[in-house]
Write a protein of this length. Structure first.
Lengths: 254, 254
């Protein structure tokens, strides 16, 4: 399991596997959920990829991501049908054998009568050698962790249960703190003074997020993020003062 | 502009740029929209990546994707603030200069009074040399196309307007046709006979999508996809017959 390095930062990537996401038929609900969840426990998501149900693509993306980040979370492709090839792809990426795992088979039997545990359903018990199972409290068929890769279902309710199951075992870092500041101002009026403040606070990331509503026009929310509460507070104070100046019309934007 | 090859397949990737997606603060709504839109006009999305507001990351992902796919669609990072670095990153990826573009500046002036067109807002007129503008019918600040890369806004309403503006100019392929078949059966009962049918129809992709609802349990929808309407129809007929057999209990799953 990856450990936090000296910087206190633990990184992750999300790998979404599935033709149905790429065709637009299914609108992904997992990326945003996992990203928010991991941020809240102190793991920074640095990259997301979505790849099709093609073994070479899954293997290549998984190897690129697991080499680079502390954790990789995959979703999708662990069901019983011919297009569910995630477990086999992960085994190939790690260069380990894969077969029906007695622990996983036993879990399936908690839900599926033995006479219905056909060859297709047994595919859900195929687990790469050396992997630890991830409990599925919804429908039993487990996910698994091998090395720094956590393999989860694509169905959101099941994925969420698996994330709850695996999260407590993860090395996490210093939590990223954030402060959201609605401005009531246009982004183009804030940009220059915000950029100046950003230079004074290189350790506080300052994001500016425009929204647009028909009839209302643009709105801007600033989000400050840092692992240091004191620095975050100091930056927020300076930003709030800048916004007050802007609103009063005293700060002339150039 | 990329042309459809002999296979009639035109490929694309989506590159989402933005820390706010990776932190989970903003839930992406663009990937699913673009994927469905492109599928409907005959362009196959093969890969999606989400990267942070970091120039090296944007450049590396963009170069990997534009080499590999016919089109790349980016979203996010083209506003007026210091964290909007997409246009500069794209220029670097292509190795071309970037500066304020008179055409883009003129568009901004259609919406922004000249005395409010400050240095920050003028950043939205920075366009890499050789790029064509993509019209923004919502708020004027344009996107742009350079080579096979289409750079769009992150705000969904604006991105959607830009996609409408750029789509008619794109080379597209033979449209992927699909047929959705609700089964009323469990995925594990369908898996084996469906796998057999898939082998007989290598040119028709057969996806199986489980849903799970609390209290209801699993439901399964099959989605058949092909560019050949006759083959799609033939495959659907065979699948429907298989499902009828399964429902009647005559087909014994092994």
């Amino acid at each position: 399991m990856a450990e936090a390095d000296d910087s206190g930062v633990v990184t992750a990537a999300i790998l979404v596997i599935g033709d149905e996401i790429l065709s637009g038929r299914t609108k992904d609900k997992n990326i945003g959920y996992i990203a928010e969840y991991l941020t809240n426990v102190g793991i920074d998501v640095h990259e997301v990829r979505v790849v099709p149900d093609v073994e070479d693509e899954i293997v290549a993306a998984l190897n690129a991501l697991r080499d680079r980040y502390d954790h990789v979370f995959t979703t999708g492709g662990i069901g019983p049908t011919h297009d569910d090839i995630t477990a086999d792809s992960v085994a190939r990426a790690f260069g380990v054998p894969i077969d029906v795992d007695p622990r996983a088979r036993a879990l399936l039997l908690e839900r599926i009568p033995e006479d219905q545990l056909n060859a297709a359903r047994l595919r859900m018990a195929r687990i790469p050698e050396g992997a630890e199972l991830i409990e599925n409290s919804v429908s039993k068929a487990p996910g698994f962790t091998i090395g720094n890769v956590h393999v989860m279902a694509g169905v959101p309710t099941i994925m969420q249960a698996m994330l709850d199951a695996v999260a407590p075992s993860l090395a996490t870092g210093r939590k990223m703190l954030s402060r959201s500041i609605p401005t009531g101002l246009k982004e183009g009026d804030i940009a220059a003074p915000l950029g100046d403040i950003q230079k004074d606070f290189p350790d506080v990331s300052m994001g500016s997020y425009p929204g647009f509503e028909e009839g209302v026009g643009f709105t801007t929310t600033l989000v400050l993020r840092s692992r240091d509460e004191a620095r975050l507070g100091a930056a927020a104070t300076v930003v709030e003062a800048m916004l007050a100046e802007l609103r009063s019309g005293r700060l002339v934007d150039t």
